[in-house]
Design a protein around this ligand. Structure first.
Ligand SMILES: *Cc1c(COP(=O)(O)O)cnc(C)c1O
Length: 400
């Protein structure tokens, strides 16, 4: 029997750990850029499962690949080989120009793996070379090590004692980074474009300077592209946009178009730090997730696909800038690139998101006052017009 939304809210309130500040709709199914709630109401989805549903909903080649793989082998142990996993690893190595890939099940796990291999690699140089530097306002996950890497005290409070060896610097400030670095620095870990912290792209020249400092102190450069990667910036890896190559890159969110997956990719030199038994996973890189990833990896890296992301992203940005011009007391800045855009507000955005939802569009607010747009990468200019049109009807009330 199909339950009503009220029934489901009640059941959830009784039985689900209340860690999410949820919007009160029950989602049922989706198609393309649209999702439908359990009453049949249609919403245009400009959140895309938080940068996950990169090919939209119910994308037929993805549905087919997952269905076919599920009918053959959903899971097998990593003690055996599968073609799906070998294919996905080869594609990531080729796209990144790095050396070896490993699969987990989430972004946090990808970053845990990156932290582990960086520590092991640096330990081989000197046992005291363990400092990991991350940025304030970063987001790297919710496990104990990755929430420690996350430079936001609100995510750490009450979870101590936290692992040692993490330090924080302001993002986009190479001087502060240089002051913190020494031969004891194991790695610098940054989001190529900060997402959850409010959509902050790197300033011109910043990542080059970070790369040079890492080289100077023989520290590894880790880019967390869990949100900014997989074509979202208009390049497959956001770092390609800035011409700076990391030693380790992490991916998750969009990598399998919605099926849980995470990956870290390292240079061949870094890969040598791990030997059989040093790391592992039961589910990571299972054939179901890798079959899904292979569809994404055969689709998004294509030049025409990425050019469309750039083109639609630039159009979206212009439309948001027009809203900024119209409502300057409310919107002070448009940030981001490709289909990772943010509008800085002068007040909290949650009520706006709720009203936009009422009117049939799913958008997001992050860092309290930033409207964040991380839609499926298949959106068209017409979809952009639909969402900016809805925004234009909601914003006047907030702009006085
Ligand atoms: C979402 C996110 C993570 C965490 O991914 P999970 O799959 O939720 O563990 C880590 N880093 C960045 C940049 C993210 O956006």
């Amino acid at each position: 029997m199909k339950e009503t939304a009220q029934d489901i809210f009640a059941k959830d309130a009784r039985d689900y750990l209340p860690v999410f500040n949820r919007y009160r709709i029950v989602l049922d199914h989706g198609e393309g850029v649209y999702v439908y709630d359990n009453t049949g109401k249609k919403y245009i989805d400009f959140l895309g499962g938080i940068a996950v549903n990169v090919l939209g909903h119910a994308y037929q080649p993805l549905v087919d690949a997952v269905s076919e793989q599920a009918g053959k082998l959903i899971h097998c142990s990593n003690l055996y080989y599968t073609q799906a996993q070998a294919d996905a690893a080869s594609k990531l190595v080729k796209l990144s120009g790095l050396g070896k890939a490993f699969f987990g099940n989430s972004g946090a796990e990808a970053n845990e793996g990156a932290i582990k291999i960086a520590r092991k690699f640096a330990h081989g140089i000197h046992p005291d070379k363990s400092q990991i530097i991350t940025a304030w306002d970063s987001f790297h996950g919710r496990t104990i090590a990755t929430l420690t890497a996350t430079g936001q005290p609100k995510y750490q409070e009450g979870f101590g004692p936290l692992p040692e060896g993490f330090d924080y610097v302001p993002y986009n400030d190479p001087e502060e980074l240089e002051k913190r670095m020494s031969d004891k620095t194991c790695a610098v870990m940054l989001e190529t474009i900060q997402g959850e912290g409010g959509v902050h792209p790197p300033k011109e020249g910043y990542l080059e300077k970070v790369r040079a400092l890492c080289d100077k102190y023989h520290a590894l450069l880790i880019f967390d592209e869990i949100q900014a990667g997989i074509g979202r910036s208009g390049k497959f890896f956001a770092y390609e946009k800035y011409g700076v190559k990391p030693d380790i890159v992490t991916l998750a969110k969009g990598l399998a178009g919605g099926v849980p997956i995470g990956a870290f990719i390292v240079t061949d030199e870094v890969a040598k730090a791990f030997h059989a038994g040093d790391h592992g996973t039961t589910f990571g890189g299972n054939p179901l997730a890798c079959a899904a990833a292979n569809v994404v990896l055969d689709t998004i890296p294509k030049a025409e696909f990425l050019e469309r992301v750039e083109d639609v992203g630039a159009y979206f940005r212009r439309k948001l800038e027009a809203l900024q011009e119209k409502y300057p007391s409310l919107i002070t800045e448009i940030r981001g690139t490709g289909l990772m855009l943010g509008a800085q507000l002068t007040k909290p955005g949650r009520d706006i998101v709720n009203e936009v939802l009422e009117k049939g569009a799913i958008i997001n607010c992050t860092a309290g006052t930033v409207l964040r747009f991380i839609p499926p990468l298949i959106i068209t200019k017409e979809h952009v017009d639909e969402v900016t049109g809805i925004l234009d009807t909601v914003l006047p009330k907030y702009a006085d």
